[in-house]
Design a protein around this ligand. Structure first.
Ligand code: PLP
Length: 429
């Protein structure tokens, strides 16, 4: 399988090349050149496990890792349950938040870490990974890469602009995880990362790459849980292809849901559930894409004004945006509706949903013209957002033990300025 740039079908790369470079050399994003379909008997089976699904999907896309290594990587990346739970009526939650950092980003980050480790160890290469985070990505990456041989990780985060819990999740690992507290904004962090990646004098020493969500290695494994959600629904004897409601920011989760469908798993329709950052929902109405500065919301991991995976979606529907509009509907959910959905769901079911999942549930309810079953991706554990839950329900949600432990560990971070020289010196150590 080759991966092509969204901007040039003739610019192709192996999985390994796409994994290491992140962006294509022309600035495009890598996409699979083809979507191999699994047999109907497989995609409609009830007797398959999460790991059966994982290896059967991934072996067609990742052809430069031997199947038995790939199987190990999948087993280690998806080493936690991803249950489908009935919410109410025909709404189901796919809980993808039982990983170590309690959000779905664990799946892509853990898979990417192990794929990089596979190539680093088999080719005896040393790798440095640099990421900028506004909060949640950093913790998933730190946890996924901790103690990986041959890999050093540098996580840049803006000082005083992330929550204490998020900061502790980045700064308490030590070892090969280097937390860099930048005296600036998230945009400064991102600019520093881009400068380092473009600094060829650094690259001659070692391989430097990034681990943000534009990397195809984070997107591909997300197909596995979407397919597993669809399989679990059939195990509940619900045969009708469901609607998938996907809480969306950079649109990576939605893109992987569409890829799952192209791989053969039947889906009726997709809902792009966004918060007040409504660029993509507006695009689906007008077919005009107008990036905006991001706005702060209660579902802050989805505060994205210029979603990076839009380029992949646009390419998928090539010259047929009308078809995109038939298959995907978009709803923009304001903060007040996030709060009311958390309350409503709690009152009806006793289940506490996090603010991102609430966007997905509210969007599914707005779409109630269809009677089909709906699977909502539950993207984070509610305990990660205690302030919003307190605001909505007046409940102090207990912190899971794993997070409690992290809160009590000492912070280890190095403060750097927004000048690139500071970062460069650390990378050269
Ligand atoms: C990142 C994130 C999202 C958005 O996912 P995208 O792939 O960027 O669309 C939704 N919910 C949570 C909790 C997240 O961390």
């Amino acid at each position: 399988m080759k991966f092509n740039s969204t901007r040039n079908d003739n610019l192709s790369a192996s999985f390994e090349q796409a994994l290491f470079s992140g962006l294509a050399p022309d600035g495009g994003l890598f996409i699979p050149c083809d979507f191999p379909r699994l047999p109907a008997s497989f995609v409609t089976s009830k007797d398959i496990s999460l790991h059966d699904i994982g290896i059967n999907i991934m072996k067609n896309y990742i052809t430069d890792i031997p199947a038995d290594n790939l199987e190990t990587i999948i087993g280690e990346s998806l080493s936690f349950p991803i249950p489908l739970k009935r919410l109410e009526e025909n709404y189901y939650l796919l809980e993808v938040f039982h990983g170590p950092t309690l959000a779905f980003k664990d799946v892509g980050a853990r898979f990417m870490a192990r794929a990089l480790e596979f190539f680093a160890v088999s080719e005896q290469r040393k790798i440095s990974i640099i990421v900028a985070t506004s909060g949640d990505t950093g913790s998933a990456i730190a946890s996924a890469f901790h103690n990986m041989p041959n890999i050093e990780v540098y996580i840049l985060y803006p000082a005083n602009k992330i929550s204490r819990l998020q900061e502790q999740q980045i700064t308490t690992f030590g070892g090969n995880i280097h937390a860099l507290e930048v005296d600036g904004t998230f945009d400064d962090c991102q600019r520093l990362v881009k400068t380092a990646l473009a600094d060829h004098s650094l690259k001659s020493n070692k391989i430097i790459t990034t681990a943000n969500s534009i990397n195809i290695a984070r997107l591909l494994p997300q197909m596995i849980y979407h397919a597993w959600g669809l399989t679990q629904l059939r195990q509940h004897d619900i045969i009708e292809p469901p609607i998938l409601s996907v809480p969306s920011g950079n649109l990576g989760n939605l893109t992987s849901a569409l890829y799952t469908n192209l791989t053969g798993f039947p889906v009726q329709k997709f809902i792009a559930a966004v918060n007040i950052n409504s660029v993509f929902a507006e695009y689906l109405h007008t077919l005009v894409f107008t990036p905006q500065p991001s706005k702060k919301s209660f579902a802050n991991a989805m505060d994205v004004g210029n979603p990076s995976n839009f380029e992949r979606l646009e390419k998928l529907y090539a010259s047929h945006p009308e078809q995109m509009r038939r298959e995907i509907v978009g709803y923009s959910i304001p903060d007040a509706e996030i709060l009311s959905e958390i309350r409503q769901t709690y009152a009806n079911t006793g289940i506490i949903i996090d603010p991102h999942t609430a966007v997905g549930v509210a969007a599914a309810k707005r779409n109630n013209i269809d009677s089909a079953p709906v699977i909502i991706t539950a993207t984070a554990h509610p305990a990660k957002f205690p302030e919003v839950i307190k605001h909505a329900l007046d409940i102090d949600i207990p912190l899971p033990e794993s997070l409690q432990r992290i809160l009590n560990k000492p912070k280890q971070a190095e403060m750097i300025s927004v000048e690139y020289a500071d970062l460069r010196e650390i990378l050269l150590r």
